[in-house]
Design a protein around this ligand. Sequence first.
Ligand SMILES: NC(=O)c1ccc[n+]([C@@H]2O[C@H](COP(=O)([O-])OP(=O)(O)OC[C@H]3O[C@@H](n4cnc5c(N)ncnc54)[C@H](O)[C@@H]3O)[C@@H](O)[C@H]2O)c1
Length: 249
Amino acid sequence: MVVKTAVVTGSSSGIGQAACARLQAAGWRVAGLDVHAEDTGGWRDGFQGIRCDVGDPASVEAAFARIGRPLHAVITCAGVLRTGPLESVPIEDFDLVMRVNLRGTFLCAQKALPALEASAAPDAPSRIVLLSSIAALRPKVSGGVYAASKAAVSQLCRVMAAEWAPKGVLVNAIAPGTVDTPMVRAVSNPNSSAGYRPSGVSPVGRIAQPDDIVDLMMFLLSDGSRYMTGTTIPVDGGTQAAFIPPASA
Ligand SMILES: NC(=O)c1ccc[n+]([C@@H]2O[C@H](COP(=O)([O-])OP(=O)(O)OC[C@H]3O[C@@H](n4cnc5c(N)ncnc54)[C@H](O)[C@@H]3O)[C@@H](O)[C@H]2O)c1
């Protein structure tokens, strides 16, 4: 059986870290790219850690040159969250969020394309899975810049899907609600996050764990999703399904 190779960005924390573990357990060879990655200097037991800044074209190009071919899937989890009302959000925060979430996602998908196309077969398309957010579909006050970056990721997903389907590459995005990761823990205190609050408990009665998101990711990498491309799929426990008015006093 062919061992498949995947690139996971944002591999040192949260959803990306969980994705690496699940892919390795499923027999994939995994290259983990992260600005905080411990660089392994090559493949070790089916894993390669590469220190990479996804917003920097030279860094991304060097990382994909090291990974080489074959390459069957890319999963873009690298992301940052900065919060605050739009009237006062610092331009440095705006630039960082767009640089990592949008430019970084685009650069990694674009640099990966030739290797993904080369590894695709008519009955085995290559895959790109982008991390969007429920914020792309239902933005929140004090999260406007992040929401704009993720809405842009979902739009990129649609056009990549249409342009790259003839090359044998399927592209889908996942839109998680609040997931229990360091990103969310950092902004869960309203006193230190300029009024921003994570969505919190969903109608299902809890926030997501990273594996709730990775379950959909594994489906989007599987044969079962062979006719899906260009979608953004919520995994949010029903958070945006209907407005829940605050309980009356
Ligand atoms: N946690 C949530 O509630 C949630 C909800 C919706 C979407 N998401 C998205 O899921 C993805 C993963 O989020 P998470 O919660 O696991 O966050 P996280 O903070 O735990 O992990 C993000 C990782 O991205 C890496 N990273 C940041 N800037 C980078 C750069 N320039 N180059 C390379 N790596 C960089 C960080 O070092 C970190 O390891 C993100 O795109 C995030 O926006 C998260």
